[in-house]
Design a protein around this ligand. Sequence first.
Ligand code: PMT
Length: 409
Amino acid sequence: MHASDNPANTSLINKRILLGVSGSIAAYKAAELVRRLKEGGADVRVVLSQGGAEFVTPLTFQALSGNPVHTELLDVEAEAAMGHIELARWADAIVVAPASANFISRLAQGRADDLLSAICLATGSPVAIAPAMNQQMWANAATQKNLKTLNDRGVAQFGPAEGDQACGETGLGRMLEADDLAQNTAGLFETGSLAGLTVMVTAGPTQEAIDPVRYLSNRSSGKMGYAIARAAAEAGAKTLLVSGPTSLTTPARVQRIDIESAQQMLDAVLGQVGDCNIFISAAAVADYRVAEPAAQKIKKQQEKLTLQLVRNPDVLSEVAAIKNGPFTVGFAAETENLEAHARKKLQNKKLDMIAANLVGEGKAFDQEDNELLVLTNTEQHRLPKTSKEKLARQLISIVADSIHSVRPD
Ligand code: PMT
């Protein structure tokens, strides 16, 4: 069965997986793993340790991943393209498969004298190892102590399996097969932190009709809101996505409700928000609409045309005003004075939390990356520039911590 055939592996879609390959005969299975991860929708970059390169060539991984393979810690050209810190930041997760006894020992010591161990030390993303070694080496007290150290540090462990080994012995130490490793990698993103809760996310622009063929809108692509919906679903929440017009695919396990105007968004939100525990308003809702849209296409006649605009309802404020309503998270899109303006919105709209971003001049709107300042009345989190997918997971994790402290089970 392929990773893409299994619903659990929808969690690999759009994920950036850094696959570390260390020196073990099982390195050949890593080539198959690259294919499985890619079939699941992940972008894969491979880092080969010196030992790994003895077993499989960089060319194999380059061809399969479609990305350059990284091998050297101190290589001027490699550092110029994507250095170890950039690779560490790029990755949504790092999976070292195979992880040899030597690599496990180096990781446990916190070494940073080769590219793969330096990246593992420099990342804030989840790290997993798929051990592969002779059964005696596996059973050795030194290896078991190193594994315990890594486990205590939160490094995930995939396998090993038991069976015949390349050395002719039988026992524990075989690396898991590619399908199982892909499944386990997908599982890294399934946090369960919002299990049992219902989340509603708004995303994208609204379109306010001028006449039957024209409208007022904005540059929102929906990427931020869709990433949040995906992260909420991966955190185990039942997730509703109220979306303005976008060209994006609905994330797996997310129920999408399409709307065009702010009024339609309000109706769709109020219709179902009563059943929700969390409301996250990432949509760029038009503040104004045309007072009286023309019934027929407006003809080109006068030199000047004046459109009268009237205020739209504020969807977010209406949700925040619901008595015993959901935990409410707004966004603030600002071109200046980010924190001050965001704090004002947090207070004026009576929100539980606000995620503020600078917009304009190529920032936030329709970009792949973003950065957020997340505020509550008592807390502040700066989420530095990274992919919207990663930011969404960070935001969901902050929301989960908040909701569990505000409303303990
Ligand atoms: O969609 P992308 O291309 O990925 O871009 C992401 C984004 C920049 C659109 C997103 O990160 C963002 O900032 N969304 C909020 C945009 C916005 O309308 O901000 P605002 O500061 O004008 O509004 C404050 C809050 O009130 C927002 O949560 C907004 O959803 C909400 N609002 C605003 C007006 C209105 N009539 N109803 C609302 O609910």
